[in-house]
Design a binder for this molecule. Structure first.
Ligand SMILES: Cc1cc2nc3c(=O)[nH]c(=O)nc-3n(C[C@H](O)[C@H](O)[C@H](O)COP(=O)(O)OP(=O)(O)OC[C@H]3O[C@@H](n4cnc5c(N)ncnc54)[C@H](O)[C@@H]3O)c2cc1C
Length: 430
């Protein structure tokens, strides 16, 4: 059951949205591979303006999609109806030091949590390769960092306030587990998120260690590296110049071809911030300053998730594919780990996972490489990152997501007319 916070007496109203809007605005994502020209692009600056925009769309019979920071490279955001740019709804709205919780408006970027939570003695449990995403965008696709005991952002969602497909503001909390597990990873199909509450941690400092092992060494210490570090991840470099393609400083001592650039972050006790160090490869800092910030160059990615017990075999299968058929694919292959969770549409639902990310150059024809990677990984029953290029179909979801039907039931309860679907999401979960 959901709780009504406000219910429209009538859906009648103005003939245009109350928020600033444009009618001929072409939207393009960060990677430049997705674009759309919606009938209306609305940037609400308040809950009421967001509500007015959804009610306007209901009246006009238009579909609605939200856009966060536009960092997804799959066709999640496109709509010919109303596109809601959520960047005007950005603020940390509350913290609970004892209960370790933080509330934020949906358009708050991950970066904006850093100082604000630290000042209250708190921090996000984990972060990914960038901090530019809006929190609702990150939740919609189960955005993650790395660490075998660390779940995705979605695994931390404890409460959400959203606008549903009837033009009502509703809340979902921990007392409504069925709905909460749908909301944790919803691909933007449950409605427009306005505000969220996340489980967070006491603030912590991280010590960074960067190493450059050969592949044989990486494989030999596979499990001990996963087990003995809070965050462990690596980027395997097919060629000497692979690191440079992602602006990573390679090793000062080794040629990187065939080696891994490994990142290990562990919690350390810091009594005095004069201990903080910015030395490359051995930084020591507040957690949110250790996690990466962003990239200056564009790229396109496919990211698949296999059970962690299959991780090494799956990575070696991808290495074989690159060496034997795609030697021109020089970007590092990134490998990470994420803890299992319960969200119905989470890539990590019921599975501790190894994450394999393939990066390619915009403007090149990488489709056959991605299709072959998809085929090579099939024996490991991979799931895919919703925000990156993938080849998932409804039939595949039916095999891979045991709670798909429950998710779709909840989706229909929140949005009976399907106004929050676009072509891509309709095919997957409509
Ligand atoms: C350079 C780069 C680095 C990345 N690094 C990582 C990483 O380390 N780990 C990882 O897991 N992923 C990573 N990603 C993927 C990225 O985290 C996801 O694609 C994420 O969903 C993007 O967030 P966003 O705010 O840009 O959302 P968008 O891409 O704008 O939207 C994503 C989805 O969220 C929905 N949405 C947005 N706001 C709302 C709202 N208020 N209410 C309802 N639905 C909403 C949209 O409709 C859409 O379906 C990376 C992507 C890039 C380009």
């Amino acid at each position: 059951m959901t709780t009504n916070v406000s219910r429209p007496a009538s859906l009648a109203g103005a003939s245009t949205p109350s928020a600033p809007f444009g009618t001929d605005v072409t939207w393009t994502n960060w990677g430049g591979n997705q674009s759309a020209t919606p009938a209306f692009t609305v940037r609400p600056g308040s809950e009421q303006e967001a509500l007015d925009a959804v009610r306007f769309a209901i009246r006009e019979g238009l579909p609605v999609r939200a856009v966060g920071s536009g960092h997804s490279s799959s066709p999640l955001v496109q709509t010919g109806g109303v596109l809601m740019d959520m960047s005007g709804l950005s603020a940390i709205t509350g913290t609970d030091r004892v209960g370790r919780r933080a509330r934020a408006l949906a358009g708050t970027t991950i970066n904006a949590f850093g100082d604000a939570l630290w000042d209250k003695g708190l921090a996000l449990s984990n972060q990914g390769d960038i901090d530019k995403q809006q929190i609702a965008g990150a939740l919609a696709t189960s955005t993650h960092g790395s660490g075998k005991d660390l779940g995705s952002f979605s695994s931390k969602l404890r409460w959400v306030k959203l606008i549903n497909g009837s033009g009502e503001i509703v809340e979902i909390g921990e007392g409504q587990l069925r709905e909460l597990r749908a909301a944790q990873v919803a691909l933007g199909t449950l409605g427009i998120f306005l505000e969220v509450e996340l489980a967070v941690e006491d603030r912590y400092y991280l010590q960074e260690e960067i190493t450059y092992p050969t592949w044989a060494e990486t494989a030999e210490t596979w499990q001990s590296d996963i087990d003995s570090n809070r965050h462990y991840s690596f980027l395997w470099c097919p060629e000497d110049d692979s690191c440079e393609l992602l602006d990573l400083p390679g090793s000062p001592d080794y040629r990187m071809g065939g080696r891994s650039y490994t990142k290990k972050y562990n919690i350390v006790d810091v009594q005095d911030e004069r201990q903080i160090s910015g030395v490359e490869g051995a930084r020591l800092d507040r957690s949110y300053r250790i996690y990466p910030g962003g990239f200056t160059t564009q790229f396109h990615e496919l990211e698949y998730f296999v059970r962690s017990e299959d991780g090494l075999a799956a990575v070696e299968a991808i290495q074989d594919l690159i060496r034997s058929r795609y030697p021109e694919q020089k970007y590092p292959v990134e490998v990470r780990w994420v803890k299992a969770d319960d969200a119905y549409m989470s890539q990590f639902q019921g599975r501790d996972s190894t994450v394999i990310t393939l990066t390619t150059q915009p403007g090149t024809d990488y489709w056959q490489f991605f299709r072959d990677a998809d085929a090579v990984l099939q024996e490991f029953e991979p799931r895919a990152h919703w925000g990156k290029i993938h080849f998932m179909t409804r039939a595949r979801l039916e095999r891979l997501y045991p709670e798909l039907d429950t998710f779709m039931q909840v989706r229909r309860e929140f949005d009976p007319r399907g106004m929050f679907l676009n072509d891509h999401t309709r095919a997957l979960v409509g």
